[in-house]
Design a protein around this ligand. Structure first.
Ligand SMILES: Nc1ncnc2c1ncn2[C@@H]1O[C@H](COP(=O)(O)OP(=O)(O)OP(=O)(O)O)[C@@H](O)[C@H]1O
Ligand SMILES: [Mg+2]
Length: 581
């Protein structure tokens, strides 16, 4: 068990990394207030001892010592609480930062291994539990010191009494340990149910629209109820062991109290101890019950926190399938020339991109087209450095993309997806993430053509964007997200089917916008829409991970049967009609 605790403490220290000074002050203040707590029964017995023999001077002195002990006890306890709060906050912020930083580096498999619910629970309660840990540890260690000190003191007076104390402590700890393990086992199960519940609930929140449309609620209710039932079952079993523990432990304490009183009376009858020793021993026995309680409480908290530590540890030590490492090459601006040289890439054994050679130049709209599942988004993922190529190289302005530093590269390349991610904050705050300058923000919004609309809103740029907001359409949100992308000053803009869920008018507007943006950007767009393909300056046709066509719409229509076939496929939604200039 000691090894287990040692291991746990090591893991905790590595994870929470508490400040050394906080660590020291916590242990020292705990040591002092525990030491003064030990002195209190001592001085109380002195008062009785000297009062009974009529030595009132020493009685008053003992009384003064008792008072001072109380004052110092509370003083150190106060300092201990103060440092506890500071350490808690430090640890909490520290762990949150670590988790957030980690989330920025994980790959897609992360959410398969660690559910959203588990992650949210970890961020909320596990981190708080771990923050408490330093206090619990010092409490445990110092209380053990106290228990040991009580044994030493009692055995100085009478060995028989010390043996009773020891047997009591052993039986008490063994029985509580047994029940605590059981309680903890079911507590862990409860936590697991909690994770499942939160996970399902967060999925429900994400899919409210679909749930309503497809009338999925009864089925979801069933699922939620099943988890709830299991939760209640585990809770009741935990409760059962909890109640049994309380009863058994009280019974043991009462039995030993009686035994102790009998022995004390016998010792007094035989004149082996005096009344002050009797008071002292009883005082220490009462303290001992509290100390043992503290020891057990702390160790069961430690066991619970162990679960939290392990959960946070799995998040922080999650290893992305492939370790991507980037260089430190910095560049202020780039022209935006992207080149694929013999690039191949696979997910596991499945080859997705096959020996691809491709050069994409600025001031053009390049469309990447092809059937579903043919590897278009994978090309973007490679450009975004989310994965490492298996073979070949990708260059940006002639430099291997993996050699660029992280901040430098991410400021040059941006992606706009079908479903833009917008925070539940004001338009202004959403844009602030990239550039706080309001004139730049307005410029960007003007360029994407959303400024006028924003100006008509009662709160203007302070309008709060919400998923369920009715004052702003999906298309308008898309435009705001586009404005945010422009604020990044990225030279290369990747658009992954952004128009597919938009109304014809906004889609039409965005297409015109791309024409404007190409003047100073490299534009690459993935699209399934024949009407949109026609608008591109160059079309790259992908089939099963290979380029099977490359040219303008007119050229490809003449000599590329696959492209001609893609053109015959019906557009997902009716678009505005474009004049083919
Ligand atoms: N993370 C992944 N792990 C394993 N396989 C994947 C992963 N992402 C995509 N794939 C597979 O790789 C292939 C290419 O996917 P990709 O998303 O690049 O296609 P796409 O051309 O963008 O398709 P769509 O037009 O439907 O968006 C598909 O067969 C897909 O199932
Ligand atoms: Mg795709």
């Amino acid at each position: 068990m000691i090894k287990e605790y040692y291991q746990f403490i090591k893991e905790y220290l590595r994870l929470a990394n508490p400040r050394k000074d906080y660590l020291l002050i916590t242990f020292l203040t705990a040591l002092f207030y525990k030491a003064f707590a030990l002195l209190i029964p001592f001085f109380a017995s002195w008062i009785i001892k000297y009062a009974t023999v009529g030595d009132f001077n020493t009685t008053y002195l003992s009384l003064a010592f008792l008072g001072i002990s109380y004052v110092l006890y509370h003083l150190f306890l106060y300092f201990n609480y103060r440092i506890y709060g500071k350490n808690m906050q430090y640890c909490y912020t520290n762990l949150h930062t670590k988790i957030l930083n980690k989330l920025m580096t994980v790959d897609e498999n992360f959410t398969k291994k660690i559910s959203k619910g588990k992650l949210l629970n970890s961020i909320n309660s596990d981190v708080l539990d771990i923050g408490d840990m330093l206090d619990t540890l010092s409490e445990l260690l110092m209380t053990l010191v106290q228990v040991f000190a009580v044994f030493v003191i009692i055995s100085c007076f009478n060995l028989c009494l010390a043996i009773i104390f020891a047997i009591y402590a052993y039986i008490y700890i063994a029985s509580r340990n047994y029940y605590d393990k059981k309680v903890n086992e079911y507590y862990e199960k409860q936590k697991k149910n909690n994770d499942q519940y939160s996970s399902l609930f967060s999925q429900i929140l994400n899919g409210l629209q679909e749930i309503k449309t497809f009338h999925m609620l009864p089925k979801l209710h069933q699922k939620l109820n099943k988890i709830k039932k299991e939760y209640s079952k585990n809770y009741m079993t935990k409760r059962k062991y909890y109640v049994r523990r309380e009863n058994d432990v009280r019974f043991i304490t009462h039995t030993f109290s009686i035994l102790l009183y009998i022995v004390l009376v016998l010792l007094m009858i035989r004149n082996i101890i005096r009344v002050d020793i009797l008071v002292l021993v009883i005082g220490y026995f009462e303290s001992m019950i509290a100390y043992l309680d503290d020891v057990i409480e702390s160790s069961s908290t430690i066991r619970e926190v162990n679960v939290a530590v392990k959960r946070v540890d799995t998040i922080l030590h999650y290893r992305s399938k492939e370790k991507l490492s980037f260089g430190d090459y910095e560049k202020e601006t780039v022209k935006g020339i992207l080149e694929f040289e013999h690039v191949s890439f696979s997910y596991g054994n499945k080859e997705i991109i096959k020996d691809m050679n491709l050069k994409i130049i600025p001031k053009q709209i390049t469309a990447i087209v092809g059937e579903s599942g043919t590897g278009k988004t994978s090309i973007f993922n490679l450009i975004l450095r989310l994965y490492q190529v298996d073979n070949g190289m990708i260059f940006l302005d002639g430099k291997d993309i993996y050699e660029y530093s992280k901040p430098s590269y991410s400021s040059m390349i941006s992606v706009v997806n079908q479903k833009p991610f917008i925070f539940n904050m004001s338009i202004r705050k959403n844009l602030d993430f990239v550039d706080k300058d309001i004139t730049h923000q307005i410029e960007a919004c003007k360029r994407v053509g959303i400024h006028e609309f924003i100006s008509t809103l009662p709160d203007g740029y302070n309008t709060i964007l919400r998923e369920d907001a009715t004052n702003i359409s999906g298309g308008q949100k898309q435009l705001i997200s586009l404005a945010r992308t422009l604020l990044t000053k990225s030279k290369v803009l990747l658009f992954d089917e952004i128009t597919s869920s938009l109304d014809p008018e906004t889609a039409d507007h965005i297409t015109h916008l791309l024409k404007d943006l190409k003047k100073d950007h490299t534009i690459i767009m993935i699209t399934h829409k024949p009407e949109l393909m026609k608008r591109a300056d160059r079309i790259v046709v992908i089939k099963e991970g290979k380029i099977v066509g490359d040219g303008t719409h007119k050229e490809l229509m003449k000599n590329n049967t696959h492209y001609a076939w893609l053109q015959t496929k019906k557009s997902a939604s009716k678009m505005g009609v474009f004049d083919n200039d």
